[in-house]
Design a protein around this ligand. Structure first.
Ligand code: 2AL
Length: 175
């Protein structure tokens, strides 16, 4: 069996499996299912990206607004999705100094005040220092530029989450 493992899923199984590759946006997986059969994992990933690219700016902003803050309330309370929690831990966001925590919190608030969506970055391709650096720099972007940059980060998060799902497929299953 190849990508057939996923092609043979009914939409409920598919949404269960891929519903959070775009954070808290199972609608994207539910829509992507329509495009079966997928010829490869790369083709499947492209469907997620294409769906997002076709959204109007308000839809893209909506996707961003479904993302939790980095080192925010949900991380402290343990109420992140399991994917987000792993990513934020991996980036070192549970090991911030008091000064870093308050810097991040202030920057996150200013960023949201400017753009009306949260700062989004692929945490696993960064660490706490580069996250703070990127946030300090991106806050000066134009809204249009920042929307595009943020959506590119959503696609990176999606890429790594798809790889995680792939790695969880039982050994010997070709994809
Ligand atoms: C996140 C998150 O939860 N995982 C990740 O890579 N980025 N959130 C965010 N606001 O960027």
């Amino acid at each position: 069996m190849e990508i057939q493992v996923f092609n043979s899923m009914d939409y409920e199984e598919f949404v269960d499996k891929f519903g959070n590759v775009i954070e808290k946006c199972p609608l994207v997986a539910a829509a992507v299912w329509t495009n079966r059969p997928f010829t490869s994992l790369a083709a499947l990933e492209k469907m997620f990206g294409d769906f997002i690219d076709l959204l109007p700016p308000s839809g893209k902003e909506g996707i961003l607004r479904c993302h939790p803050d980095l080192a925010g309330r949900d991380l402290l309370r343990g109420t992140l999705s399991s994917e987000s929690q792993g990513e934020q831990i991996q980036a070192g966001l549970t090991n911030l100094t008091v000064a870093q925590r308050s810097q991040l919190s202030e920057l996150n608030a200013s960023y949201k005040n400017r753009f009306h969506f949260p700062f989004v970055i692929c945490a696993r391709m960064n660490d706490k220092d580069t996250i703070i650096k990127q946030l300090s720099s991106r806050i000066h972007n134009s809204p249009e530029h920042e929307l595009n940059t943020s959506i590119a980060e959503v696609k990176k998060i999606c890429h790594l989450r798809l790889l995680d799902i792939l790695n969880r497929v039982p050994h010997g299953t070709k994809l």
